[in-house]
Design a protein around this ligand. Structure first.
Ligand SMILES: NC(=O)c1ccc[n+]([C@@H]2O[C@H](COP(=O)([O-])OP(=O)(O)OC[C@H]3O[C@@H](n4cnc5c(N)ncnc54)[C@H](O)[C@@H]3O)[C@@H](O)[C@H]2O)c1
Length: 274
């Protein structure tokens, strides 16, 4: 166990998908899981290899690293077979994968390129289905395991700049429920964490991200949740303390999802003299 942990994941083994650089939510999750005594494999798309950052995290946490495109069945099947060989059966999976292709290429929702749209859904949502499928198919998942995926409130509400990603997250959260009903017989649970806007590569690929971030910061009573606090919350979901929680979208957003407006925002929108 690393410094400052509580041993919440002592003896647990898992796989974490989606750490790209130090800003990544999955990076913070890996550091927190390591601190809490877990051993895990790391995985990301082969294109992330040339950036070199993930290799450093793997070294720091003593983790095997498996390159897998989360839209490719053969890559995922190999990743789970290799992870099982390296660590034994897994107690947790973290899915922190997302990309909005139209968003990235500045295509407005009114003029979607449908090929890119399909790719967005494949990478950001269907990949969760594939990951669980291949984990089961390779017999890599232990009874009582915990699966966590990262989501955003754009799944429920319309955020103009989130565009196609809102559709992808709605499907992701639906897959959480549909899989969850089936995984329960093995006491395997699966949940989505709906996280505040966070300054990461994926987050900042959205035009208007800074305004969305500022809006979250002003509306949420606790302010926006950062990646490190998201990682701490994720650890609780990977631990046995939350063993009866499944099929949920859990808001980790400083209270944003329960807010309407604040006095400060009312004042800012009130014309002078009223
Ligand atoms: N940043 C935010 O504001 C925010 C808010 C709520 C939820 N999320 C979600 O958190 C998760 C992690 O994103 P992040 O913000 O840490 O950004 P990030 O860019 O650090 O992580 C996204 C990851 O997805 C990976 N990825 C993309 N295509 C892939 C593929 N084909 N196969 C495998 N991996 C692939 C990338 O390599 C990257 O590591 C995503 O699901 C994102 O939607 C982010």
């Amino acid at each position: 166990m690393g410094n400052g942990g509580h041993g919440l994941l002592a003896g647990k083994k898992g796989i974490i998908f989606g750490a790209l650089n130090e800003q990544s939510i999955a990076w913070a999750i890996a550091e927190a899981a390591y601190r809490e005594g877990a051993r895990f494999a790391l995985s990301n798309a082969p294109v992330a290899r040339r950036l070199g950052a993930l290799q450093q995290l793997a070294e720091k946490t003593g983790s095997p690293l498996f390159w897998a495109d989360a839209t490719k069945d053969e890559d995922l099947s190999a990743a789970f077979s290799d992870a099982k060989e390296a660590l034994g059966t897994l107690d947790f999976i973290v899915h922190a994968i997302g990309m909005g292709v139209n968003v990235r290429k500045r295509r407005p929702y009114e003029k979607l390129n449908y090929g890119w749209y399909a790719k967005t859904i494949d990478i950001s949502a269907i990949s969760l289905h594939r990951i669980v499928h291949h984990a089961l198919n390779t017999d890599a998942l232990a009874d009582g395991a915990s699966v966590v995926a990262l989501s955003y409130i754009g799944a429920q509400r319309s955020f103009s700049r989130y565009q196609e990603m809102g559709d992808a997250k709605a499907l992701l959260e639906s897959i959480v429920r549909t899989w969850g009903a089936r995984l329960g017989k093995r006491k395997i649970r699966i949940n989505a964490i709906s996280q505040s806007p966070t300054r990461t590569t994926a987050g900042q690929g959205i035009t208007g991200f800074d305004s969305m971030f500022e809006y979250g910061e002003r509306l949420s009573p606790l302010g926006n949740a950062d990646a490190a606090s998201c990682a701490d919350y994720t650890v609780t979901l990977l631990s046995d303390l939350t063993r009866m929680v499944t099929m949920q979208t859990l808001y980790h957003d400083g209270g944003f999802s329960s807010m309407g407006i604040t006095d400060e925002l009312v004042a800012a929108l009130t014309p002078a003299g009223l």
